[in-house]
Design a protein around this ligand. Structure first.
Ligand code: GTP
Ligand code: MG
Length: 254
């Protein structure tokens, strides 16, 4: 067999490589830490660890930059990155997008922690702006739901309950009952840091810097973009409105 024939035959086996996210759809890439319950159980403060969260925001910046996305949200061990509707990065190839996103997060967090970690990755596609708003509201409400559970669970554990007892105590408890449990122990859930209840948002902001023209010595304003970490996100409808600002330049689609 000639080498170009072999090449063609072998490439035919790469059957997923031509898979592309449909043009015009919004792409969100979500990475999630693999077996992070074990990792965080070993190295994190309970229920939340600000140092770990900060490292996740750094990993989110890395994924956002690598994919040239417009908005990222991180909560717990996951990062969602929204690409612009007309994004053509990696030719919208599914394998490229997920593998590079997982690699960017993995490289960043492994270096920050000083030990190897792994992330999985998946693509979410939405046809309309409203779908993207729903997506991010979904991840935010997931953050809120797990934050209250984590707070209650670790409070019970710190009071001496076993894993089994703490888990059993929580079965069937309403959100109001969980809030009440925390309140009785001096914790107002609405006052725990917003990043724990809602996650953090990461996006580009433009700043103006005054530079000097090396030839004339004249001061000239230059614009530079940098990533901002927003740890005080709005919630519910207001968050929806907030997310829409990252969809502005696109043609109206719903
Ligand atoms: N203690 C502590 N745990 C955290 C923190 N952030 C995330 N976690 C934990 O990370 C885990 C993430 O959950 P999952 O992604 O569902 O579980 P996983 O073990 O990573 O499993 P797979 O994703 O399926 O591989 C949960 O157990 C969280 O409690 C933190 O700041 N502190
Ligand atoms: Mg995980």
């Amino acid at each position: 067999m000639k080498s170009d024939e072999l090449d063609e035959k072998m490439r035919a086996g790469e059957i997923f490589h031509n898979l592309r996210a449909l043009n015009g759809t919004f792409i969100v890439v979500r990475v999630d830490g693999r077996s992070f319950s074990r990792l965080t159980g070993r190295i994190c403060e309970k229920p939340f660890d600000h140092g770990f969260h900060h490292k996740m925001t750094e990993a989110a910046k890395a994924v956002l930059t690598t994919l040239d996305g417009v908005y990222a949200h991180t909560q717990s061990d996951e990062i969602s990155v929204l690409l612009a509707q007309n994004a053509s990065h990696f030719d919208r190839g599914v394998e490229k997008l997920v593998s590079i996103a997982a690699s960017a997060a993995t490289a960043s967090l492994s270096l920050a922690l000083g030990e190897p970690v792994e992330f999985d990755a998946r693509l979410w596609l939405g046809a309309r702006k409203g779908d993207v708003v729903d997506y991010f509201r979904w991840r935010q409400s997931d953050a809120t739901r797990s934050a209250i559970n984590n707070w209650v669970y670790w409070l019970l554990r710190k009071e001496g309950k076993s894993v089994k007892d703490a888990t059993q105590t929580m079965v069937g408890l309403s959100t109001a009952a969980k809030n009440e449990m925390l309140f009785k122990r001096g914790i107002n859930f609405n006052e725990v840091p917003a990043w724990q209840r809602r996650g953090a948002g990461i996006y580009w902001e433009t700043i103006t810097k005054i530079g000097k023209n090396p030839k004339t010595g004249q001061e000239v304003p230059t614009q530079r973009r940098r990533l901002k970490v927003d740890s005080d996100l709005p919630m519910k409808e207001a968050y929806g409105k907030f997310v829409r600002q990252f969809l502005k330049e696109e043609a109206e689609s719903g």
